[in-house]
Structures are given as structure tokens and as C-alpha cells.
Design a protein. Sequence first.
Length: 565
Amino acid sequence: MTTGYPRFFIHRSIEAFANDIVAMFGSPGLHAMLFPTRQIAKRCVAFVKSRGPPGVARNPEIIHLVLDVANPASAALEPLGPSIAAVMCSQEAFPFAKQYWQHSGDGVSSRRAEFCHGLFKDGLLCFDDGPKSPSAAAQKPCRGPKRYRRMSSIDAGKTPISSDASPTSPAKEPGVIREAQESSRFLEERFGRNLDIAFVEPAKSAIRRRIAGAVTSDHELSTSPIPEMNANSRGIVNLKEDDVYLFPCGMNAIFNAHRALLDIRGSMKSIDFGFPYVDTLKILEKFGPGCVFYGHASESDLDDLEARLEGGERFLGLFCEFPGNPLLTCPDLVRIRQLADKYDFAVVVDETIGTFGNINVLQFSDVVVSSLTKIFSGDCNVMGGSAIFNPDSRYYSALKTYAQTEFEYTYWPEDLIFMERNSRDFASRIDRINTNAEAICDVLRSHPLVKMLYYPKYGNWRSNYEICKLPDGGYGGLLSVVFHRQSQAVAFFDTIDTAKGPSLGTNFTLTSPYVLLAHYQELDWAASFGVDPHLIRISVGLEETEHIVNIFKSALSAAEKALFE
């Protein structure tokens, strides 16, 4: 694999920028990991120091690059907040910086990196670390490209710009008007037609309202004042737009929800309930005092938890997915809520797979998190995440107070614009995907080669799902299948004519040998929780139903032939 999911594979645009930062500010053997702010970079450094082996060579250093406000182009760029904080570390320390990047979701997006890299090349990003500036920064003042420079003391003795300078020279038309024209031209050159700054805030509002269940129809953005949000499909009457928080990716929403709970409730272990997406468990294990893991999400697991609580154990919060990945487990949220109310712990539910188009889990949760990268976007060309604070939660006021001072809004404006555009038809796409998924399940369930089919509509989890299912909702677009024999799974996967890769929620059907990709180093551990190493996970897309069903029938025919080979 030459590339992959952005939290696991560092995007080439980010890598190119990191290499240029090392070339200017670093020394041979150093690597750079890029983050949007200095505060986030400090958290990465703290993680490296705490998790790395004793004696890791060279303590990581932070190189903070900010906009050169003395440059005439800066006025147009300042609302975007273009900044980069690079954690410079040795080869020995880099794998731990990479762990922080992957688990936390705090890293820069490729669009932010590309934009800031352009500013960096043009000299519009300045080193911002006070008297500790490296010698390279001291030798090369950050003055920006020639067409944006003002005459200054460093130009003394140089030949002045002549009256017949090129039309792009500031000397041709001095003054504020000329600078404004150049600033606008610069912004247009950088963003092209992808971003109109006037629509950034309306786009942010539109996304938050969709997530709150208050806006579902397609519409063009407007810069006119937006009326107050009234009704919503979440079932929480007093839910407001500003109870929805946006993050660069879904894992970052989980990471920050955990950070917030640790701050407002103190350092306590968490509960990870149900076989989890890999990094959720890593966050709970590595950031804070650890967690208790219940991998089956069964009633007996809840019995054990209740016995612990009755015995006096106390926990920070319970984190779960609804449904889970990849077994589509649906925990008993009613009982979990009852235990949380009685024994005082928070409930954080990840609704990424179920989606708020199908289910309402906020009624049982203190915080609901989601990866907008998946089905909310659909186009798999942008990342994003969200967290909703339930205003009826006992922790609501403390969470809101924490968020006001500690949450850094780092969602890059260009990513925001793409996410808003992609999500306009979210509701209609959900209906189509639900229909396709059920049609595929009908084919797989009746086939003799299929040993197990995981889907919320079937099996022991259906009753828990139905409690949360909206009246007009479906059962989602994710399903998993296990064949009786490995050879059948191999033949099916090799033959099936769909895209193949590690994500989910794309507008096209995506097939993945999920367990081999996500848990290759821990297959026996996964198997102990009923997760077959040869499980095939299917994320269903928007294809014509008959067409996608025929694709699955053809792949099953190939699996039948493998029976006799």
C-alpha cells in the first residue's frame, strides 16, 4: 500500500511540508510532525516524553509558524488563522509522535498543509518562538514574496523599484487600495474557487444544524442572518446549535470528549463497552489512568459492571459504539443509562455507523460523537468530526465551561466548505444506502456458504437497535460476513467488483478484509471476542440496487467454486 487512511498514513502533501520545515529549521536525522497549534504540539511532546523509552535522543522541539502580520497580504488571510506547529524529533522519538497523531486525530489536514506550505514557500509564515529562534530563522527574515513587500530598513542601499515595474509590483500603485487588491489576488490564487470566506460561518452553522437534526434539506448557503434553531429530530427540546462542536476528524471528537471528562470529573478509569474501533480503546488506555474493557457488550458484561459499581468502584465514563465496528453490536443503552444515573458516570456514544438519519442515541447519552468523514460526507474527499453535549446531562454546565476555555477550534475552513457541500443530500443518501444494504443482506443470509451475517436488523442486537431507531429510519449501510471456510472468503473478496479499502460510509460500495487490516498484530486477541480473522466488512453505497445485488451474486458464485478447489 502506497497510501491509506489519513490518520494512519501521513498524506504526501503534509510529508512534503514537514520535510521543508526540517530542511530550514532542523538538522540531519530529525523528523517533523505537523499540528495546527502550539498547544496541540505541546500535548504531542508531553505524550512522546511519557510514552517513549528512557533516553530517547533529543527532546522534541516545537517550531511554531504563524502569519507574517507585517505583510500587506495578511489582512485577507488573518480570518483563516493559517498556522503550523511542527514537533521536531529524532528518529527514535518519531514513532511515538506518530502514535499521538494517529490516536488523537490532532494532526493537520492535507488542505491546511498545502495552503500553509504555499505561504511558507512565499515567506508569509514566520517563525514564532521568541528568543529561541534557530539560527536559520535569524539569518532569513520572514518578509514575504517581493510583490507583497513594503520598503524597509533591510532594503536600504538597494536599487529602488523603477517606475516601469511590472503590473504586479506594489510600487506601481502605492497605498491601501493597491495592498487590498494584491491581498484579494493572493487569496484567489491560493484558494481558487474552493473557498469564499464569506460562507465559512454559514457553512459551519449549516453543518451543526444538520447534526442537531434541525436541517435536512438541500439548500444553497446565504450570508443573511440565520433564524434561531427550533425543532430537531434528536428529541431534546432545548438542544441548541452551539451544543454541537466540530473537529478535524471523528477520533479527535472522541479524544476531546475524553479530555473534557478527565478535567471536569477527575482522573478515573473509563469503560470501553463493546468491541471497539481500534483507536478508541487506545485513547482510553494511553491518555489517563486506563480503562476496563468489555469486548462482548453482553448482558453478562453489564452484570459484571453493575457488580463492580455496587462494590464501590467508580468510573469516568462509558464509551461505546452504536452499532459497533465490525460486529454491529448494539449495547443495551437503556440499562447503561440507568446505571450511569445511579452510579454517576458519563455515557459517550459513537453514532458513526448508525448515523442520526437512522437512530437517536442522544436521549441515552451525555455526549454523542461521530465521524463526519464517513456517511455524512460520503464523497471521501474530506475529514471531520462532531460532538454533541446533551443539555439534559448532569455534566452539561461543566462540559460547556470546559469547552469555552480548552477547546481549540482547528477545523480548517476549506475542509469545512467541502463538508458542507457534501452533506447537503445526507438524508436522501441514507435512504438509498439503507435499501441497498438490506437487499445485499437478503442475498447473503440465504446463501449456504455464509456462516455468519452481522447486521442490526438480525440477531440478538435487534431489540436494542429498535429502541433507538427513528420511525422512518433504517438499519444502516454497514454489514459484515463470515464464510465457513477461509478459501471461500478469499475467493469472494478477490472476485467482488467493488472498491476495496479500509474506510466506510463512502457513496460507493467498499469491501474490506477489516480484521486483517485493523488487527493484524492481534488476531488471537480479536478472535477471543468473537471477531473472525477472515471477516469481510462491507460498506454499502449508492449504486442501483439490482446492479449491486448482481455484483454480490457473482462473487458468491466464485466462492462456490472455491469449495471444490
